[in-house]
Design a protein around this ligand. Sequence first.
Ligand SMILES: O=C(O)CCC(=O)C(=O)O
Length: 276
Amino acid sequence: MQLTSAQREAYARDGFLIFPGLVSPAEVAVLRGEVERLWDVEHEGTVREGSKRAPKSMFRLHEADGATASAPFRALSRSPRVLGVAQQLMGDDRLYLHHSKVNVKAAIEGSIWPWHQDFGAWRLDGIERPDMSTFMVMLDDATEISGCLYLLPGSHRWGRTDAYLDTSTAYRLWSVTPEDMKRRMADSPAPVPVAGRAGTCAIFHCNLMHASGHNLSHRDRWQAYFCFNTCANRPHDVPNPRPDHVRSRNWAPMEMMPDAVPPAAREPALAGAVPG
Ligand SMILES: O=C(O)CCC(=O)C(=O)O
């Protein structure tokens, strides 16, 4: 999939691109089946919340090994639609995944994601430059009431904004203070809701401000994220590095795979297995 010069310009200006219908309904069904298969797997990379202990985030779906490995998610992450688009926008063919995850925002009970820049956390992983992008795939229809993602156009050009560790949800997140965001947003274009049908995708820069609110609908909201870094920008050593599922040590350049999501694995995942 070749991006147009208008798309490249829009990404440089706004910090994101949205692709309606990039993943087909049949592929979405396979990916959703994988989320269901991995739902109850106890893994250090699955963060749970709420009375039903539903996953808030399920990490490390893209590797070939480990308890949460998923061949369909792995294939999608290496497809021309995903890896190819990231390579074009990041200007580098040698990319790896810093992490992958599915965020489940459970109906009514799922928690929010406060305003943040992803690089606020990733720089603390020892990554030097904000040369990273995240590719998001909607696994069901996302609406404003179901807590869709919001992106603040052009905010990646602000550079780094000070972050604080917000511990108000099950996933502790380096976030931007409400005071900073109110001041900044007063002079910004309106946030863009990334809403639409399942299979809609978006890619955004690691310094782009983004957030999502409560899911007040009766349905969960599921979204997959592939966070790309260039191999040349791999993290340097830091004291007490975060675990592999969130700060990958697999820095080998990703190989492109055919542009299709294969059928799901039939076997249930091995509960309790430790990732390789
Ligand atoms: O899934 C969401 O609504 C937001 C996720 C997010 O911002 C993140 O994982 O950094």
